[in-house]
Design a protein around this ligand. Structure first.
Ligand SMILES: C[S@@+](CC[C@H](N)C(=O)[O-])C[C@H]1O[C@@H](n2cnc3c(N)ncnc32)[C@H](O)[C@@H]1O
Length: 264
């Protein structure tokens, strides 16, 4: 398959899978909402927002059903969201309160095309759990960086961390906890009658077949594009907060990363 065809296939699969995710997206992904992850999200956003002017403009690329979009909106900012999936955007639209609508701008489309065409300037650009869905995330990130003005921040959030196994014992414990986490998750979803889509993610989560995304590679792109790295967080996300707590506080394992950078 040529790379153009493969790229189209990845886009098509993302449209198909996220149409199925739809309003059950966050119910199917408790790893994004449990108490441990919630603490990380709120702390990260509080720190970023402290340095943003009240009239700052935020762009959330691959905004989905509004995981970060809605939190920025509720903090009073003007937020533009873009997502490939009309169904995900539709769910997000319904979550925007009447008095927030004038600050919420939503559209449907491919992130790469949006970056190429958009003439707007933003103060913060967010990629939350979206880079691993892209056929060529390096090219997209590079193009985004090129278009941003000096002082603009980029937040890369909740991406699957590509890493080497350094200790086999720790890896075995990491896998055992992951097994327990997944078993409990399947049981809960069964009880709550929430159908899982696990066999559907093969092409949509394109970068997972390469083991995720290496933060060092992301940092290199950012630095080459004249960004300074403000913060890199690596940690372990789990479906359940208690398992995430155990993984981070006892096993000290990692499977997820966040990066904040600013253009010089
Ligand atoms: C895992 S979800 C994350 C959603 C949200 N950012 C969050 O953190 O919950 C990935 C989102 O990226 C969107 N997406 C995938 N490929 C995309 C592309 N090429 N352009 C724009 N959005 C895309 C999907 O439709 C989906 O809503």
């Amino acid at each position: 398959m040529t790379s153009t065809l493969l790229k189209e296939k990845v886009l098509e699969e993302n449209r198909r899978v996220h149409a199925l995710e739809n309003q059950l997206y966050l119910s199917r992904h408790p790893e994004q909402t449990n108490f441990f992850q919630n603490y990380i999200v709120e702390k990260t956003l509080d720190q970023i927002c402290l340095d943003l002017d009240r009239d700052a403009k935020i762009l959330d690329l691959g905004c989905g059903t509004g995981y970060l979009f809605l939190r920025f909106l509720r903090r009073g900012f003007d937020v533009t969201g873009l997502d490939l999936s009309a169904e995900m955007v539709e769910v997000l639209k319904k979550s925007v309160a009447e008095n927030e609508k004038n600050r919420a701008h939503l559209s449907v489309g491919d992130v790469e095309a949006f970056i190429e065409e958009s003439q707007e300037e933003f103060d913060l650009v967010v990629f939350s759990a979206v880079l691993h869905h892209l056929f060529d995330y390096q090219a997209v990130l590079k193009k985004s960086c090129e278009k941003l003005k000096s002082g603009t921040k980029i937040l890369i959030f909740f991406e699957p961390l590509k890493q080497q196994v350094t200790s086999s014992l720790r890896y075995a414990l990491h896998r055992s906890l992951s097994w327990l986490d997944e078993k409990s998750y399947h049981l809960e979803m069964g009880i709550r009658n929430i159908p899982l889509l696990e066999d559907e993610y093969h092409h949509s989560d394109y970068q997972r077949q390469f083991g995720g995304i290496a933060p060092a590679e992301v940092e290199k792109i950012l630095k080459d594009e004249n960004f300074s790295i403000v913060k890199v967080d690596k940690y372990c996300a789990r479906r359940y907060g208690i398992n995430a707590w155990l993984a981070n506080r006892i096993l000290a394992t990692q499977n997820t990363f966040n990066i904040l950078a600013i253009k010089n």
